[in-house]
Design a protein around this ligand. Structure first.
Ligand SMILES: Cc1cc2nc3c(=O)[nH]c(=O)nc-3n(C[C@H](O)[C@H](O)[C@H](O)COP(=O)(O)O)c2cc1C
Length: 202
């Protein structure tokens, strides 16, 4: 059986991006395993724009009634959802920027969280329609917040993933990256070891 793994990177720091380096470590290890296929999507390189009214509106129009512009706009979300559905594991490499997730990653969630497509509203609340998948978060931060209310990213990411039906989520933290070289190197080493553990479970 093949485990199809989608790795999403979102660092704006180019070659210095630590979350991207962790994602690259993950990819190198995962590609060395039999039966693991990896797709890498970098949301910063492809400049995914913010979701806006015209694109949101295109989802409401029946496919056969869409204008050429609406077809093009709806295709962004359709293709990202199709890609997500075609994988078994999604790995989110997530930098912390101003206590939030990168806006490019938010733009990705804004397109894959679609009522009637990836979740639906029921009498018992929302029901996720992305089934049989798990997620891994590789979180890179300048400070140290894991397990405290200052970790403003993990609960948000888990809520969004859970909404579409992905409830099995593992998190690797690389924290204290701006707290001195010693702390940074130790955190990155520990994160790489934790990633090796996750790859072993693919
Ligand atoms: C614009 C910007 C905002 C940041 N905001 C925070 C922050 O709120 N909290 C924090 O701990 N680190 C913050 N940092 C530090 C980053 O989390 C750290 O550099 C991390 O390595 C970013 O991930 P990346 O290297 O994959 O881009 C910020 C860095 C940048 C460039």
């Amino acid at each position: 059986m093949t485990t199809r793994t989608l790795v999403i990177t979102t660092s704006i720091l180019g070659e210095n991006g630590q979350s991207k380096a962790l994602a690259e470590h993950f990819i190198a290890r995962a590609q060395g395993r039999d039966g693991v296929e990896v797709t890498h999507r970098d949301l910063v390189a492809e400049e995914l724009p913010h979701l806006a009214l015209a694109e949101l509106g295109s989802w409401q129009v029946a496919e056969e009634e869409r204008t050429a512009e609406q077809r093009e706009l709806a295709a962004r979300s359709d293709s990202l959802i199709e890609e997500l559905q075609a994988h078994d594991v999604v790995v989110l490499a997530v930098p912390m920027y101003n206590f939030g997730i990168p806006s490019q990653l938010k733009a990705w969630f804004d397109r894959v969280m679609r009522a009637g497509v990836t979740f639906r509203y029921t009498e018992n609340g929302p029901q996720g329609l992305v089934e049989g998948k798990r997620a891994m978060i590789l979180a890179a931060r300048g400070g140290q917040y894991a397990g405290t209310e200052m970790d403003t990213q993990t609960p948000h990411l888990k809520l969004m993933l859970g909404m579409i039906g992905i409830n099995e989520v593992d998190t690797v933290f690389a924290e204290g990256l701006n707290m001195g070289e010693g702390k940074r190197d130790a955190a990155l080493k520990e994160a790489r070891q934790a990633i090796d553990g996750l790859v072993a479970r693919l």
